[in-house]
Design a binder for this molecule. Structure first.
Ligand SMILES: Nc1ncnc2c1ncn2[C@@H]1O[C@H](COP(=O)(O)OP(=O)(O)OP(=O)(O)O)[C@@H](O)[C@H]1O
Ligand SMILES: [Mg+2]
Length: 425
């Protein structure tokens, strides 16, 4: 049986290309992500007009082996340039044919370029709704790569990219709904989401002191995970930097690096600047009163003052395991302090259920959550990993309750080892 979705896909591409080519008001964000990514021009950071559809484009985009065979019988498609390029002959015929295909309406609703056309053509779709549904270019790794290439090309910033870790939202594996959050965390995240959705309004009413969050909590409680999940949810590229990485033994360099990182974030806007190990600089300050250290701290505080979610589109998230090391000057620069407490029994159960969701076996996560008092989310991951690996050593895919309880015991021993002091004999 011929696969009827292939011709529909190719026709969607041809229609989208034609509509995009003819309407200068449409932007890259009006294209479906797969088409935009395929036609992305890295140097120009855009999708060049006109989009032309060659056989190899259709083949690559939709995994079609024989494009001619798939669409050759459609009366409104012709092959030009010695058969290499696909063209629409009768647009009217094409648009009616496409709208009648199975699943086409859903495609139009997720394709703003098509929706902009069809909503004026009597089809029950809306361009405004389609733009809400479509994924913006900021989500694409191609987009981030373009910006990174541009920054790398401006000579003096060459090593800048070595200081930071850039992540495109589409590459983030962690989903926010797969994290177990406290009520307070949920509320604060929702506030930020709203602030980002209403940047213009907040600017108009002059409320600019928004968008700097400090995450505090023990290792393994989900600080990095939330920052990444937010990047995915908000379609904002993530600029991750560990403060220890940009602190140089040549103290003058540290201040320079800090400025560079903040400049980079502004260039990548809209983005999330995630500064991990935020206490690192405070630590050096305690141990060393050298003037250059003070300068570095002041540079950091000033950089924080001068970056804004509302004006620059940069959401700043700093994270620390040692909030007590931060002085008031650092502390007061954040408008939201988000605590990451040790999960309580109910949260532990929810975390376990998420981690175990694809694991086969007969077990009771409730009981494990009660045994695992004091465990962090990351500890619970290790427990499950131990249980799964142990089962594998016995040639089992399904795990049992003893696999899990043993793993909890083993993990508790491990904590004991960590606390033990080794004195040389
Ligand atoms: N509340 C949670 N819900 C679900 N998973 C969690 C939670 N907390 C931690 N985890 C899991 O534990 C792992 C480690 O978490 P993460 O790296 O985010 O911790 P962290 O707070 O950044 O630690 P560190 O301070 O060491 O950097 C992640 O894989 C994450 O999925
Ligand atoms: Mg972390």
């Amino acid at each position: 049986m011929p696969d009827l979705t292939k011709p529909r896909d190719v026709v969607e591409l041809l229609l989208t290309a034609q509509i995009y080519n003819q309407s200068e008001t449409l932007t890259e964000n009006d294209l479906p992500a797969n088409i935009r990514k395929h036609y992305w021009n890295r140097e120009k950071k855009q999708v060049n007009r006109p989009i032309s559809v060659r056989i190899e484009d259709a083949a690559e985009l939709y995994g079609i082996e024989d494009v001619m065979q798939a669409v050759g019988s459609l009366p409104f498609i012709e092959f030009e340039k010695f058969g290499a390029e696909l063209k629409l002959t009768v647009f009217d015929l094409t648009k009616s044919w496409f709208a009648k295909q199975e699943g086409a309406i859903d495609r139009i609703r997720a394709n703003p370029a098509l929706a902009s056309f069809y909503e004026n053509d009597g089809v029950d779709v809306s361009y405004a709704e389609a733009t809400l549904k479509a994924q913006p270019k900021e989500r694409d790794r191609e987009y981030l790569a373009s910006l990174a290439a541009e920054i790398a090309a401006s000579d003096e910033d060459v090593d800048l990219l070595a200081l930071v870790h850039l992540v495109a939202p589409e590459d983030v594996k962690q989903r926010i709904d797969k994290l177990v959050l406290t009520r307070d965390q949920e509320d604060k995240i929702e506030k930020i989401v709203q602030a980002i959705g209403h940047r213009e309004y907040l600017r108009e009413i002059g409320l600019c002191e928004i968008g700097k969050m400090l995450f505090i909590g023990l290792p393994g409680t989900g600080k990095t995970s939330i920052a990444r999940a937010l990047s995915e949810k908000l379609n904002s590229p993530l600029v991750e930097v560990k403060l220890s990485m940009i602190t140089s033994q040549y103290l003058g360099e540290t201040a320079k690096n800090i400025d560079k990182v903040f400049e980079l974030a502004k260039k990548l806007s809209p983005c999330i600047l995630f500064i991990d190990e935020f206490d690192f600089i405070a630590k050096t300050r305690v141990s060393d009163e050298h003037a250059a250290v003070k300068r570095a701290v002041n540079t950091l505080l000033k950089a924080i003052d001068e970056i804004s979610l509302i004006d620059d589109g940069v959401l700043l998230i700093a994270a620390t395991n040692h909030p007590n090391l931060l002085d008031r000057a650092a502390w007061r620069r954040f408008d939201e302090i988000v605590e990451f407490p040790l999960p309580d029994a109910r949260m532990r159960k929810d975390i376990l259920d998420i981690i175990l969701s694809k694991v086969e076996g007969d077990f009771d996560s409730q009981e494990i959550s009660l045994l695992a008092d004091g465990f962090t989310g990351s500890d619970l991951r290790m427990v499950v990993r131990e249980a799964v690996l142990h089962a594998l050593t016995e040639a089992r895919m399904a795990i049992t309750q003893p696999d899990l309880t043993d793993a909890v015991d083993e993990f508790s021993n491990r904590v004991g080892l960590m606390m033990k002091e080794y004195t040389p004999t």
